[in-house]
Design a protein around this ligand. Structure first.
Ligand code: DC
Length: 229
């Protein structure tokens, strides 16, 4: 499918499979994939290592100043802080347990939004997150809001952690997911919500291949493209 320069926004709850879906769709359509959650995770890791967030989730004001010198970038789809690849560390339970309070801070959201706008300036992109269609790219041509049952989401996250070699506790994973959903949906600055012009994709009982086919049909319809891809 030949596409004009476009932005595709994918939002939704934690562990709905947004990144696997967005990555495959990006590959099939030849677009750049940007994982906005990875940037919030990168800021969280940075804050933890520098001692700017404590065990009670108090965030030091010093982080605000330090963000100006924090260099986050993607190389071959993996997140780097400066020259260090942090892709594995940002997916740990330690980072997951503090990323939502970090992502609720307005100045951190502005920092990440600026990064995303820079990264998406030149190219067609598929971006996933919580507020892409509502705040970051409200004019995205195609918006998809993903959801799935809690049981399916907890299982996915649990399997993902197992596959990465950690030893997760199923109920702890469920609790972390619930907490993140709550904080993400109730924060003051750009909470997780469905854009009024977003299409809902409930993938509780869909394969990844089916999701991508559904999305291609949607994109063709939205952009008025009739040729098959
Ligand atoms: O998609 P993820 O689980 O990697 O995202 C990590 C956290 O970052 C999640 O708890 C919500 C937050 N986030 C956000 O607030 N806004 C975004 N656009 C992306 C992620």
């Amino acid at each position: 499918m030949k596409l004009p320069k476009i932005t595709i926004a994918i939002d939704g709850y934690s562990s709905t499979g947004k990144s696997s879906f967005a990555k495959l769709l990006a590959k099939e359509l030849g677009l750049l994939y940007l994982d906005s959650g990875a940037l919030y995770r990168g800021v969280t890791l940075f804050a933890q290592e520098a001692g700017y967030i404590d065990a009670e989730n108090h965030i030091s004001e010093a982080l605000k100043e330090k963000l100006a010198s924090l260099e986050l970038k993607f190389l071959q789809g993996k997140l780097y802080i400066g020259e260090r690849c942090v892709e594995d560390e940002i997916r740990s339970m330690k980072v997951s347990s503090q990323v939502s309070p970090i992502a609720a801070v307005a100045y951190i959201r502005h920092y990440v939004d600026d990064c995303l706008h820079c990264l998406a300036a030149e190219e067609s992109v598929i971006m996933d997150g919580r507020d892409i269609g509502t705040t970051v790219f409200p004019n995205a041509q195609v918006k998809i809001f993903m959801t799935a049952s809690e049981e399916v989401r907890v299982r996915r996250r649990y399997d993902e952690l197992l596959a990465k070699g950690s030893n997760p506790d199923f109920e702890e994973v469920r609790e972390n997911l619930r907490q993140r959903d709550y904080i993400d949906s109730h924060r003051e600055t750009s909470p997780l919500s469905q854009a009024s012009d977003a299409f809902v994709l409930d993938n509780s009982e869909m394969t990844l291949k089916e999701e991508v086919e559904w999305a291609k049909g949607l994109i063709r319809g939205k952009l008025g493209i009739y040729e098959e891809c």
